[in-house]
Design a protein around this ligand. Structure first.
Ligand SMILES: NC(=O)c1ccc[n+]([C@@H]2O[C@H](COP(=O)([O-])OP(=O)(O)OC[C@H]3O[C@@H](n4cnc5c(N)ncnc54)[C@H](O)[C@@H]3O)[C@@H](O)[C@H]2O)c1
Ligand SMILES: [Zn+2]
Length: 354
């Protein structure tokens, strides 16, 4: 079992990582909230697997629990599902002192998190992340959001949970592609901040080698995210390093209309491409690029994704880190060290075209 504390002033919370946490979530949640009633929000894939044990543990700990299940998938992360959650919370008799439990991946966490942030102007939120991506990334740090037809994550709030319980047993029911999708973010953490984590990942040789090491790996990722978030909760500075590989990664996702490549696959190819661009600027990233590509291959992640210049331009034009003609790119020249580098967009396009 691993335990970390996120030390945000006035909103300190713990992250527990380990086996069997879903089945004994009740008493752990009891310790962090005065809520009487909890609404467990989850999706249609997770409900049949894990909802019963969570509700049972909550009831045994003295909570009255109800649940809201929405259709699995990113297409549910919208205003309509959000509205359904608000209405169900009201129908179920939740009050200002009650809370929301987000049981699921990043979609569930973002959606239920935003609902908790806004229902009664904010009620207690507990995150029970069930995908690797959610355990290392989306459940930690307090970003919640829904998508609009105009783009992803355009409406949201910063809202920290009271507790995060990452049950590593849940990862056993993930399909391989979803697991590897999360591994792209794990590899990213090694690249930007942790040489020991990167070496540990190299030692796994692939998904089978995660067994016995996954708690330590998730804890290392959460520790990095916690440190960055504590320093820059509102994402106005250093938090940007978490976007290594993401500017180009988003271009790949967008170029294929979010249908062909997962987010992690886009980030994987985006990290490799970023090192190549750095090399064109005269940096010596060849050996690191070699190590990165070998690790991506071990987790069935792409080393490159074909992308037309127009697609790069379209995506970078929309990038939230872009202001006017400038953009901040994240560069890693030495393993474990990330830098935020302001650049003219045209200079970036020129490098991409070379
Ligand atoms: N808030 C943040 O800081 C942040 C950070 C990164 C990503 N995100 C968001 O996270 C979302 C992606 O998260 P995700 O990849 O977890 O997607 P997801 O929640 O859709 O989960 C992926 C799939 O796995 C299924 N699933 C989840 N847990 C399972 C389990 N234990 N066993 C079997 N199946 C399971 C889900 O039903 C779904 O079909 C995106 O919407 C993204 O914007 C948010
Ligand atoms: Zn990401």
């Amino acid at each position: 079992m691993e335990r970390l504390t996120v030390e945000l002033p006035g909103r300190m919370y713990e992250i527990h990582i380990g086996s069997g946490l879903l089945a004994r979530c009740g008493p752990l949640i009891r310790a962090v909230t005065a809520a009487e009633r909890l609404a467990v929000v989850t999706d249609s894939n997770i409900a049949p697997l894990y909802l019963a044990q969570v509700e049972e543990s909550l009831r045994a700990a003295g909570f009255s629990a109800c649940s809201v299940v929405f259709p699995a998938g990113e297409q549910s992360k919208n205003i309509h599902t959000l509205n359904l959650l608000y209405e169900r919370f009201a129908e179920e008799g939740l009050t200002r002192g009650d809370g929301v439990v987000a049981l699921g991946g990043g979609v569930t966490g973002d959606l239920a998190g935003f609902a908790a942030a806004t229902m009664f102007r904010g009620i207690d939120l507990i995150q029970l992340p069930t995908t690797l991506l959610a355990q290392v990334d989306s459940s930690v740090g307090g970003k919640t959001a829904i998508d609009l037809p105009q783009g992803k994550n355009l409406v949201g709030a910063f809202y920290q949970p009271k507790l995060v319980l990452a049950d590593t047993d849940a990862l056993k029911t993930l399909n391989r592609r979803v697991l590897c999708d999360g591994m792209a973010e794990v590899i990213k953490y090694g690249m930007i901040a942790d040489t020991a984590l990167f070496a540990l990942l190299e030692g796994t040789g692939g998904p089978a080698g995660l067994e016995g090491r996954i708690e330590q790996i998730i804890a290392a990722c959460c520790a990095i995210k916690c440190a960055v978030v504590t320093e820059d909760e509102r994402d106005t500075g250093r938090r940007a390093i978490l976007n290594f590989g993401h500017t180009l990664g988003h271009a790949y996702e967008l170029a294929y209309h979010y249908e062909t490549y997962t987010h992690g696959e886009g980030v994987a190819a985006g990290m490799v491409k970023m090192l190549e661009l750095e090399q064109k600027k005269g940096r010596d990233t060849a050996a690191l690029g070699e190590r990165l590509r070998a690790l991506l291959r071990a987790f069935s992640l792409p080393e490159a994704i074909p992308c037309a210049m127009e697609a790069y331009r379209a995506a970078i034009g929309l990038d939230k880190k872009a202001k006017g003609g400038r953009i901040s790119v994240i560069e890693v020249e030495r393993l474990g060290e990330a830098e935020i580098v302001p650049m003219d967009k045209e200079a970036l396009f020129a490098l991409l075209e070379e």
